[in-house]
Design a protein around this ligand. Structure first.
Ligand code: CDP
Ligand code: ZN
Length: 161
């Protein structure tokens, strides 16, 4: 039994905010506007998993109206979903991601992001792929107004191995 999941996320960028992508703190003049730490990649990973599992979406699990999630570490939110996924007998086969950012240049951080995502999902780094794209200077991403991420994930149930 295998299932596919799709995740997408967008965060607005503003000066003097923290920029965390894939669990990695990245020095930049702008950061994500968010109730949590605004990690666009981990939010899309979480939504992709929830989608594959048929478990709704991140906003249902961790409402941004809940003060308990203010400034929340997105890795911690993802870890809660991963724990429940494992308990239900599912594991990740592979994950592919795209982070859309005009700036900063993400290539120096891609390796660290890949390692962190693999660690959070308890899988080998070889089955995690993180890509980066600019917005070609058009649209909200291209004008450096926003960051986006897209993720697809494949999961397998232990009884189908
Ligand atoms: O060349 P193409 O139009 O397909 O892509 P691009 O958006 O111009 O990005 C070119 C390359 O820059 C990407 O393949 C990424 O490896 C890298 N990139 C990056 O390191 N950091 C970003 N924020 C965006 C892109
Ligand atoms: Zn988000």
């Amino acid at each position: 039994m295998i299932r596919i999941g799709l995740g997408h996320d967008t965060h607005r960028l503003e000066p003097d905010r923290r920029l965390v992508i894939g669990g990695i703190d990245i020095p930049h003049s702008q950061g994500a506007v968010a109730h949590s730490d605004g990690d666009v990649l981990l939010h899309a990973v979480t939504d992709a998993l929830l989608g594959a599992l048929g478990w709704g979406d991140i906003g249902e699990w961790f409402p941004d109206t809940d003060p308990a999630h203010a400034g929340a570490d997105s890795a911690h939110l993802l870890a809660q979903v991963v724990t429940k996924m494992h308990a239900a007998g599912w594991h990740v086969i592979n994950l592919d991601a795209i982070v859309f950012a005009q700036l900063p240049k993400l290539s120096p951080y891609k390796n660290a992001m890949t390692l962190r995502v693999a660690e959070l999902l308890a899988i080998e780094t070889e089955v995690v792929n993180v890509k980066a794209k600019t917005g070609e200077r058009v649209g909200p991403v291209g004008r450096e107004e926003a960051l986006c991420a897209e993720v697809v994930v494949l999961i397998q149930h232990q009884h189908s191995e």
